[in-house]
Every structure is written in C-alpha cells, then in structure tokens.
Design a protein around this ligand. Structure first.
Ligand SMILES: C[S@@+](CC[C@H](N)C(=O)[O-])C[C@H]1O[C@@H](n2cnc3c(N)ncnc32)[C@H](O)[C@@H]1O
Length: 246
C-alpha cells in the first residue's frame, strides 16, 4: 500500500493509534493538516518530506490540489502518510481523498482515529450517551453554507429528534443554530457544553444552556455538546488528601 489515510486523533499524542505510529515511522512523505501536533510529526523519520497543506480558512490548499498531490506521490511509489485530525472519515474530507486515490488506481489504506466528536466531550467528563438521559448521539457540522442545499443540515428535525447533539465547526454559527433548535421545540434551558481543544493542555470547557450559547466565546477548534448529558461532569475525581478525604 503506498498511501495511508491516518487519523491523528483529537490532539493528545497519547491517543494516536499504534498502527498510525508504525506507518508514520516509515513514511517518506507526510502530508498533514494545520492542527496536527508537532509531537506526532516527530515520529516521522528524519529524512521524510513534511508537507503542510493548511486546512485553515483562507490559507488552505484547495481540496483538489491535495488530492492531486496524494495521487502524484502515491503513483511515484513513495510511502505516503496523509495525517488528518481526529478520524479521517468524520468531517475530514478523507472520503474524497480515498475516492481520488481509488479513481487514479493508487493503493491506499485507511487507519481510523479517535474523533474529537467523542473525545472532546469525554475529556470534559461528558458521556455522550447515558442511561436514562440520552439513548442517541448525532454528530453534525455547523458549517454548511446554504441550509436549503442538498446535504444541508435540517436543524428542525435534529431539534425534534432529541438525544445528544455534538456540533463540530459550529462556533461561528452558534447563535443561529441555537435559535433553530429552540424554534424546533428544544427547551432554551437545555444544557450545553463547549469544549475547546479537548484532550490537550489548552483544553477549556464552558457550560451554558441553549439560550446562552450565543454568548459563549471560545475560538476554534471547539465542539458544542447539546443535551441533558452536557450538565454532567464525570471527569476524574479530585485528588484525595484534602479535608474530608479518607
Ligand atoms: C474539519 S473538522 C475535523 C474533525 C475530525 N476529523 C475529527 O474526527 O475529530 C474540525 C472540527 O473538529 C472539532 N475539533 C477538532 N479537534 C478538536 C478538539 N481537540 N477539541 C474540540 N473540538 C475539536 C472542531 O469543531 C473543529 O472545528
């Protein structure tokens, strides 16, 4: 296999898979996104060619150019690692890259990663499903241009469906998302948690409600969790040794 589409996980290098590390350790070319931690890039051999393809608004290379690069290096028979944040097939456009490679007849494999959709809530102590509270979880993008276009998000149905919503790339549209969900019948008091850079030393968590989401100020990358579980905090117990501990 010449091209490996590898999920880098949510940010903590300890959450990278062993399979990913093994392939990265013998890569000749590494094509990576902006948010990939440098600890992971250090796993590549010293002579490997490291190519940053951005993936930040305004500066990112067009997807077609990334696809063409993968095909070109793959055809040349080089051991190519395409390192993508989280899981490559969850809002990562990994599917398009796999299609491009398949259409070009280049061998590839997909190595799943721990998605921020589940890891960021977990790092904030939030189980996305919980007995008696949530029997389903829906992962949705908050970043779609034209809501009426095919593939746009039907917030009204999502709001009515209940269960936990995890919204990625939703911070710039949070006011509109909150009002659509409230308009569909979700209570304005529904708990909400916003997790910024979950699993990393930069992690910040802000708890609010659907009615208060518009005034939560955290930059990307952040995941928005909506539903009763967002009020839970089942993170590690406080260290023992304080007053009252045994
Ligand atoms: C283009 S999507 C890629 C998602 C990725 N493929 C995954 O499975 O995690 C990028 C969005 O994922 C979310 N995200 C990625 N890493 C995150 C983290 N460590 N904590 C919170 N949200 C994160 C943010 O919503 C960010 O805008």
């Amino acid at each position: 296999v010449s091209v490996s589409l590898i999920g880098a996980g949510p940010g903590d290098p300890g959450l990278f898979t062993m399979r990913g590390a093994e392939l990265l350790g013998r890569a000749e070319v590494v094509i990576y996104d902006r948010l990939i931690g440098h600890e992971l890039l250090d796993l590549a051999p010293p002579g490997a060619e490291l190519i940053n393809v951005g993936k930040s608004p305004g500066t990112s290379r067009p997807q077609a150019e990334i696809n063409a690069q993968l095909v070109e290096h793959g055809r040349a028979g080089r051991r190519v690692v395409r390192l993508k944040g989280g899981d490559p097939f969850v809002f990562g456009r990994g599917g398009e890259e796999a299609e491009a490679l398949r259409n070009a007849g280049v061998d590839y494999e997909v190595v799943p990663g721990v998605s921020s959709a589940f890891a960021a809530p977990a790092a904030a102590g939030i189980p996305v499903t919980h007995r008696g509270m949530a029997t389903s979880v829906t992962v949705v993008t908050g970043h779609v241009g034209d809501q009426s276009a095919p593939g746009g998000v039907d917030w009204y149905s999502l709001g009515r469906a209940g269960g936990t919503l995890v919204i990625l790339m939703g911070m710039s549209e949070r006011a509109r998302i909150a009002s659509e969900l409230i308009g569909s019948g979700r209570d304005a008091g529904t708990p909400v948690a916003v997790v910024h850079w979950g699993t990393t030393p930069h992690q910040q968590v802000v708890r609010s409600t659907l009615g208060g989401l518009a005034s939560v100020e955290l930059p990307a990358p952040s995941a928005i969790v909506v539903g009763p579980v967002a009020a839970l905090d089942l993170g590690p117990a406080p260290a023992s040794g304080g007053a009252g501990s045994s």
